[in-house]
Write a protein that binds this ligand. Structure first.
Ligand SMILES: Cc1ncc(COP(=O)(O)O)c(C=O)c1O
Length: 407
């Protein structure tokens, strides 16, 4: 069990490094999280000592890799409180998970004239896949608006759920505002009208306890790399009865029962959706990342609220700051902002020279950033391994940078 920040930071060797001779302050966690030793060790184990392709050969190393791979599936099932491991599909990340649903679900269940409901706060990964299938199948896309602060107007959902809407795909937590969508309520209202619900959990899985049964969603997608795991691995949770009816998205090895030129029988779930050699080393390391998450005890989450409070206080002292998501709404420790008269990328570049890693730009959510009337924003996103001392360094450096840019 990890109950103390120093103990927590020791698990992350990278946090001890210097950037331009300054101690690293890593505040770009919404883009990707750093990795604890247990994840690094699991990755090395499968690269150095135990490598054999899964589900195939009878030899010892292949069997061991299969055990790690399928063991991780059970860990994901338990983490999400899914009913069975057949509801857990391994993908390369949130983007691939959403593309899988968009392709496979739409080809089976949607027809020309049907509508997909998105929100204005979506990441491009939850917009473009739907546009691609909408163009092919003649579907319409409607957009649930946000208010001035970027909060999704979920109270308007009933107005938007007309008879043509067959599926809603919405973010659990915005990667621009850090605001939390009331997904449970949305799923309840959607399901009452027979509308399928897809949750983009790329940020949600990191900052909230996700129980897919409690949320009541049909699909939930996330990436391992934002949750202390490796890149190139992700999950699509789907309700069994839907996944069973959906056709495979990609064909190849491992997803078949038998193949002939006349007729191919597909493998049962979940392998039906896992064509080709998967990233089994990455999946095993994701299993280690979930064990790590389970080892974080409650006061780590209390620490997260302290970080949010300190960030809000510090940012409110910067003249000309616009904090998207507002100072009042409940949010995760993620802060996107602009400062009047200073370009976002100049801020991020100068902060980097002070050892502080931030993100700037449109944050892969151009419609929302444009809604704020901005071309580019700066984002600071924290995880529990960040400290109040780092927040102080961030705020004092930001003040210096803004002064430099405005003079
Ligand atoms: C809300 C949200 N959705 C989707 C994604 C896409 O995740 P990935 O690039 O890991 O597939 C991200 C990544 O930043 C995100 O923040």
């Amino acid at each position: 069990m990890i109950s103390d920040i120093n103990q927590l930071r020791l698990q992350f060797p990278i946090l001890g490094r210097e950037i331009y001779s300054k101690p690293l302050v890593y505040f770009d966690n919404a883009a990707t999280a750093q990795k604890p030793l247990s994840v690094i060790e699991m990755s090395s184990l499968l690269l150095e000592q135990t490598n054999g392709n899964v589900h195939r050969a009878p030899h010892r190393m292949a069997n061991d890799c299969t055990s790690y791979y399928e063991g991780a599936r059970e860990k994901v099932r338990a983490f999400l409180n899914a009913s069975g491991t057949d509801e857990i599909i391994f993908t390369s990340g949130t983007t691939a998970s959403i593309n899988l649903i968009a392709r496979s679900f739409s080809s089976k269940f949607l027809k020309s004239g049907d509508t997909i409901l998105l929100s204005q706060a979506e990441h491009h990964s939850n917009i473009v896949p739907w546009q691609l299938v909408a163009n092919e199948l003649g579907l319409n896309i409607k957009v649930l608006p946000v208010d001035q602060s970027g909060r999704i107007l979920s109270e308007k959902i009933d107005e938007y759920l007309d008879d043509s809407v067959k599926l809603i795909s919405i973010t659990h937590i915005s990667n621009v505002t850090g605001l939390i969508t009331p997904v449970k309520d949305i799923c309840k209202k959607a399901q009452a009208k027979g509308v399928i619900t897809v949750i983009d959990g790329a940020q949600g899985i990191v900052h909230s306890k996700v129980d897919v049964k409690d949320i009541g969603c049909d699909f939930y997608a996330f990436s391992a790399h934002k949750l202390y795991g490796p890149t190139g691995v992700g999950v699509l949770y789907g309700k069994r009865d839907l996944l069973e009816q959906m056709p495979p998205w990609m064909g190849g090895g491992d997803m078949i029962e038998s193949v002939s030129f006349e007729k191919t029988e597909y493998a049962p779930l979940p392998l039906k959706f896992e064509a080709g050699t998967p990233n089994y080393a990455g999946v095993a390391a994701m299993g280690a990342a979930l064990d790590f998450c389970n080892s974080l005890v409650e006061n780590i989450h209390k620490h997260e609220s302290d970080l949010i409070k300190a960030m809000k206080e510090g940012l409110s002292e910067i003249d000309g700051i616009k904090l998207f998501g507002g100072f009042e709404n409940e949010r995760i420790p993620l802060f996107s902002f602009t400062v009047d008269g200073a370009h976002a990328s100049d801020i991020a570049i100068l902060m980097d020279k002070m050892g502080i890693a931030l993100r700037s730009g449109k944050l892969c959510a151009e419609p929302l950033v444009k809604h704020f009337g901005a071309e580019s924003v700066v984002r600071a996103s924290l995880l529990p391994y960040n400290t109040l001392e780092e927040v102080e360094i961030f705020i004092s450096s930001l003040k210096r940078v803004v002064k430099m840019l405005l003079n």
